[in-house]
Design a binder for this molecule. Structure first.
Ligand code: HEC
Length: 157
């Protein structure tokens, strides 16, 4: 019995080491997933999400662009009247618009020419509400994270 105790202690210590090793390697995983600024992407501030992710294609003032592709403007765009349409576009993508639905376990990789970026339902709601109250838009009906959740591709609700 006296021998078993130190063995148990060693076993426990090596478990702790294994756990630590796992924790230490996590930032490297996040890097390889292509997340540019983890802290910023944890925000639910619609303006910050827009500046970090969306304006690269839709331009800083939401004016859109026409060049190598057509990037719709958010200013004077009647489709912004439908928050669910926007949510479906952001969650599932649309032609050259990448999908941003947060990854469920078992999901296939994001099909996109940019590094995968995943948004939570709260972040999707927040950036929609930001767009719908900026760039000359003044829509009063905000969308909630739960409403976004119900619009996920494959959602049965
Ligand atoms: C890699 C470039 C790219 C990025 C990044 C991007 N979009 Fe798009 N987006 C597009 C393109 C291209 C379209 C047009 C899709 C089509 O052909 O209908 C589009 C369309 C949309 C539409 C539909 C507009 C309409 O009039 O039908 C919405 C809403 C939208 N994007 C929101 C966003 C939001 C919010 C973000 C940030 C989370 C974002 N997009 C990031 C390229 C991008």
């Amino acid at each position: 019995m006296k021998i078993i105790k130190p063995i148990k202690a060693t076993y426990a210590a090596s478990l702790v080491l294994l756990l630590l090793a796992g924790l230490v390697s996590q930032p490297a995983c996040a890097d390889s997933a292509g997340i540019r600024d983890e802290a910023l992407l944890k925000t639910t501030d619609g303006g910050q999400i827009y500046a970090q992710i969306c304006q690269g294609c839709h331009m800083p003032k939401g004016q859109g662009a026409i060049g190598a592709g057509h990037y719709p403007a958010f200013a004077h765009n009647p489709t912004m009247s439908s928050a669910p349409y926007m949510a479906l576009t952001i969650l599932g993508g649309r032609r050259n618009m990448p999908a941003f639905a947060s990854r469920d376990p078992g999901d296939s990789e994001q099909e996109s020419f940019i590094a995968p970026i995943w948004l939570t339902d709260a972040q999707v709601a927040s950036v929609i509400n930001y767009i719908r109250t900026h760039f000359g838009n003044d829509y009063k009906d905000a969308i909630t994270a739960d409403e976004v959740k119900a619009l996920h591709p494959g959602s049965t609700r």
